[in-house]
Structures are given as structure tokens and as C-alpha cells.
Design a protein around this ligand. Sequence first.
Ligand SMILES: [Mn+2]
Length: 308
Amino acid sequence: MNTKQQSQSFEQLLDTLEDLIDEKAAAPGDEHKLNFAIGDVQGCFDELRLLLDKIDFDPDKHNLWFAGDLVNRGPNSLQVLRFVKALGDSAITVLGNHDLQLLAASEGILQPKQRDTISAILEAPDIDELLKWLRHRPLLHYDKSLNYVMVHAGIYPKWNLQQARGCALELETVLQGEHYRDFLQQMSNWNKPKKWKSGLKGIERLCFISNSFTEMRYCDDKGRVYLNVGSKEVQKKGYIPWYEVPKRALNKTSIIFGHWASLSPQKIKTKKIFALDSGCVHGGKLTAICLQDKSYVSVKCHDAKAYS
Ligand SMILES: [Mn+2]
């Protein structure tokens, strides 16, 4: 980090974020490798190991993509975090809401809730390096040669690929910079604003970006985002999944996401949409998809009563 960046205030940084130009080139793909994308692990370490056995995982032959929420609610979040970090370049992970909440909890900003299972991480001797690694994960991963993009919850329906990548880069810049605590402190402005405007500024802009990538499920047909809505409200108001909003801008690239455990991965009929959270932590399954041949592999949750 240079001296100029170090001397910037959080407010100054917020003012300059919009001007960031997306120059991040897609990482050179290992074209000889098969890529498997895996849904929300949420601390289900035994199931993850079994899933990797099932696909005969070999880091020389395979790359793993994780759709975020590596941690929380399941029994072994610390082991999952250590394991995925140790995979190095063989694994790509995007940040989910539980990952961001873990970062906030580690700073004393959020108090863990009763159902949260992150205390082993908070007490781990290697917490600093684990969470520094986590904080440097992207919000969005794009592979140009495979033509896939991966996020945790979704991509705001009005954003095209370039806008989505630019917005992800804005928030990644903050999370990886010296002011990440300021963002974590303020990120609980969850519900506002509902609709994107390119002129949106500052913390509202960052929260909108964060919500879209890590929390969003439902929108209305005009593209307003509604967070934390129950099924009755969804029915009454006619909300639709973000990926069914008419004229969705990012429709030429396949989108992989997790976060939505009640969707059945193989039942979604929307073209180029791949939902991977099959609710392992709730007693469902942990699912992987091979990006090259679109075949699914899954293992059942070990705990018949579910972990959460
Ligand atoms: Mn989630």
C-alpha cells in the first residue's frame, strides 16, 4: 500500500471508489484442469471431505470453486477454513454473508447469535492469518474462458458483467484496505436502498453492493431488492427470484451461486443459472457441479437431525 492510500480517510476512499476502472484480468485458466463448484459448506467439514473423495479430488487435475459461506451453523467451521486456505491456488472462494459476519464478530462489531458456531475460530491461535486470508477473498469470480461467474447470493439484475465486476472490485478494495473495520461497522444498513442508481454514493453504495452479492434473494419485477422477506410477503407482493427479473442484464454468462438452501439445484429451469446450496447444514446435501460437463455430485448431511 502506498503512502497516498495510507493517508486517505475512509470518506475520501469512498469518494474515489466509483472511479476505479476494472482492469483485473481474468486469472489465466488451467485449461487442462476440471473445475468443480461447491455450494455452501458452512462448517460441514466431514461432508466436504467425503464430497472431495467422491470426485477423486486431485489438486493437479482439479480446481475447486466455493460459492461462499464456508463457515457458521455447522460443526467444524475452523477445520473448513484451514482446509480451504491450505488448498492455495487450487481453490477459489467468494465471500458470503456468514463470512462477512464472522469478520465483524472477530472485530467485536457483531455479537455471535445463539445458533452461530464460530467460537472455535474466534479462539484459534491462527485466527489472524485465517481471517486476513478470508478478508482478501473476492465477492465475484469470473472465468472468461469457461464463461462462468460465481457469487454468493446473486448479481443485481440491472448490472451487466462489467458493472458487476466493477462493483465487486469497489467493495473488495475496501475490505482489503485499511478501512475495512469502518465498513464492517456500518454494513448493517441492510435494507436501504432497494434500487440501484449509478449515482449512489458512499456507505449506501457499498451496502447495496454487499447486499446484492451476499444477501439478495427476492426482487420485484422493476429490479428493487427486498431482503429478509417471508414467504407470505413474497406471495402477496409478487416478488420473484433475482434471476427471474425480466431483461436481466447479465445473461450471456453462466452464474453460479449458493445462499438459497430451499432451491433445488437441478430443478432451476432459468438458462445459465446454477444454484448450488442444497442445505447440507440443515440436513440436506453438499453439492458440487463440474463446470465442464455440468454433472452434479453430492453427499448427504451426516447428521440426520441437521446441524442447524
Ligand atoms: Mn449465505
